[in-house]
Design a protein around this ligand. Structure first.
Ligand SMILES: [Zn+2]
Length: 112
């Protein structure tokens, strides 16, 4: 069963105790609590980019509208400003997309 709370807490999908990350973006090779291997193969987290994209687009649009409401800047300046603000959110997007990917992958393919 996928747990949204476990994804948001960024903990192991198996024991839900061990942290997935050992730094801002670096992932433990295996769960420090139960030993579950997080990165199953080289390039494993490339698929998390789909989740990252799904998180990024609504966030970017939300920031764009919020910045436009606050500043009424012309489009070019608004896009540049939104991109700069968006960069602050990138580490969180990477963390949550990787966490969600590990949980989804382990849910649908628990054995390999
Ligand atoms: Zn674990």
């Amino acid at each position: 069963m996928i747990s949204l709370a476990a994804i948001l807490r960024r903990v192991c999908p198996s024991c839900r105790r061990g942290p997935i990350f050992r730094g801002w973006i670096a992932v433990h090779e295996q769960c420090p609590h139960c030993g579950l291997k997080f990165e199953r193969e080289p390039g494993y987290f490339l698929a998390s980019m789909y989740i990252s994209y799904a998180l990024s687009v609504p966030l970017f649009l939300l920031l764009l509208v919020a910045l436009w409401k606050l500043t009424h800047w012309p489009l070019r300046k608004l896009l540049i400003g939104t991109q700069l603000v968006f960069l602050l959110f990138v580490p969180w997007i990477v963390r949550y997309s990787r966490s969600a990917w590990i949980h989804l992958d382990r849910h649908f393919d628990p054995e390999s």
